[in-house]
Design a protein around this ligand. Structure first.
Ligand SMILES: [Zn+2]
Ligand SMILES: [Zn+2]
Length: 258
């Protein structure tokens, strides 16, 4: 009898080992295709800062060449959000490790209607950037932080939105802009450096604007705080606030006394 039990126990142990092996295999498979566990990207932020003005903002770059926009960006942020910032700090370039680069990748097909061609892009979840930004914000004692990346991004909070221009996380005081969709070459059109720079500026100002004004969009399509569903709508906007958003800023100045 006892030998039968032992035999049975051995079989159970063997099955358990097999199961473990299979689950490891499945995990690896899921990893390859970028189906990451959402737990991987739960944002850890022990002490999110309170809103305070004037404040310090940091700009982080993910793509060395993007640093060339640093001065232009600081000048525009200063001009548009008039005296909101004590300091606009260039935090330099951020490299993801090979392992972090792979985390959470989603492979999306992008149809380009003009040429009926399709490309496949590896998209990164916004929370992956937000976690880095939270850490950098704390490390550098900043009130808010913005990031520009050359990598394509998808929203961690809204799975319906693929291929984002940018996203702001108001609670965690951080925002991200991806430059891939701002390039004319992405739409199989001729490269246009000035247009590209202008779009980057508008989008960063827009996302930083969310950190200041909140999640709502401005209904004035000419205003930098209006929602743009494509590059044409970005191009249609001014690089600045409309009259009513300007008034909002004035009210904020009165409330915070700056
Ligand atoms: Zn927006
Ligand atoms: Zn507006």
């Amino acid at each position: 009898m006892s030998s039968r039990i032992k035999k049975f126990e051995r079989r159970i142990t063997k099955s358990k080992q097999k199961l473990k092996k299979y689950s490891e295999k499945i995990k690896k498979y899921a990893y390859r295709f970028g189906i990451a566990s959402p737990i991987n990207f739960q944002l850890i932020d022990k002490d999110p800062p309170q809103k305070m003005y004037p404040c310090n903002i940091g700009i982080l770059y993910s793509g060395t060449f993007l640093k060339r926009y640093s001065e232009l960006l600081s000048a525009h942020l200063e001009l548009i959000f008039d005296s909101c910032f004590f300091n606009i700090i260039d935090l330099g370039n951020h490299h993801f490790s090979k392992k972090d680069m792979k985390r959470g990748i989603k492979k999306e097909k992008y149809e380009i209607k003009v040429e009926k061609a399709s490309e496949r892009h590896q998209l990164h979840p916004t929370n992956k950037f937000f976690q880095v930004l939270i850490e950098k914000r704390i490390e550098n004692n900043l009130d808010m932080i913005a990031c520009i990346t050359k990598l394509p991004i998808y929203s961690s909070s809204n799975s319906d939105i693929v291929f984002l221009f940018g996203e702001a996380n108001i609670d965690h005081r951080c925002s991200i802009v991806s430059t891939l969709l701002l390039k004319e070459q992405f739409y199989k059109r001729k490269r246009n450096r000035n247009l590209y720079a202008l779009r980057i500026l508008k989008e960063v100002i827009h996302e930083v604007g969310h950190l200041i004004f909140g999640a709502l969009h401005c209904q004035n399509k000419k205003c930098v705080m209006s929602f743009a569903k494509n590059v044409e709508e970005i191009d249609y906007k001014y690089i600045g606030l409309c009259h009513s958003c300007q008034e909002k800023l004035e009210k904020l100045k009165q409330v915070y006394n700056f």
